[in-house]
Ligand binder design. Structure first.
Ligand SMILES: Nc1ncnc2c1ncn2[C@@H]1O[C@H](COP(=O)(O)OP(=O)(O)O)[C@@H](O)[C@H]1O
Ligand SMILES: [Mg+2]
Length: 145
């Protein structure tokens, strides 16, 4: 497992970090996002979308009121938010695993730690932590496939 760490001092820097990572992603990659409310998970996903060439007229925003959004890019981006999920939710029962495991898409899951199975299966785990009003530490762990 390889760990990389960056310090972000602005929203734009977090977007740019997401963009740079998004440029290099390959289809089938599962990304778990971990961090408290306001730590910058959705902001980071905006950057991933830019890096993946998401041209959707809808801007990437939090899918809190639906289970996930699909964006068309170089590779389709599935953006999940499990904020309202509990550990006991069986993602197979609601058919979510078929999307998360799609080998032709990239899945990025906010609040992935709410369902341990998802964070365990992720290829990349990104943890965002707040440091003051605009400081964020971004830690990326990559699992070798
Ligand atoms: N360095 C930074 N990186 C990301 N967001 C930041 C940063 N500094 C301030 N912010 C603000 O923090 C908030 C992050 O919100 P959001 O990305 O929706 O977080 P989450 O999805 O983790 O709840 C936004 O209002 C953003 O403008
Ligand atoms: Mg969010």
């Amino acid at each position: 497992m390889r760990t990389t760490k960056w310090e972000s001092t602005s929203r734009n820097q977090t977007i740019e970090r997401g963009r740079l990572i998004g440029l290099k992603l390959q289809a089938g990659t599962k990304i778990a996002l971990i961090g408290t409310l306001g730590s910058g998970k959705t902001t980071f996903v905006k950057g991933l979308g830019l890096g993946l060439g998401v041209t959707d007229e809808r801007e990437v925003k939090s899918p809190t009121f639906v289970i996930f959004h699909i964006y068309k890019g170089r590779i389709p981006l599935y953006h999940f938010d499990l904020y309202r999920f509990h550990e006991s939710t069986n993602i197979e029962d609601i058919g979510l695993d078929e999307f998360i495991d799609d080998p032709n898409a990239i899945s990025v899951v906010e609040w992935a730690d709410r369902i341990p199975r998802i964070s365990k299966q992720a290829d990349i785990v990104i943890e965002l932590s707040k440091r003051g009003e605009t400081g964020r530490t971004i830690r990326m762990k990559e699992r070798g496939r």
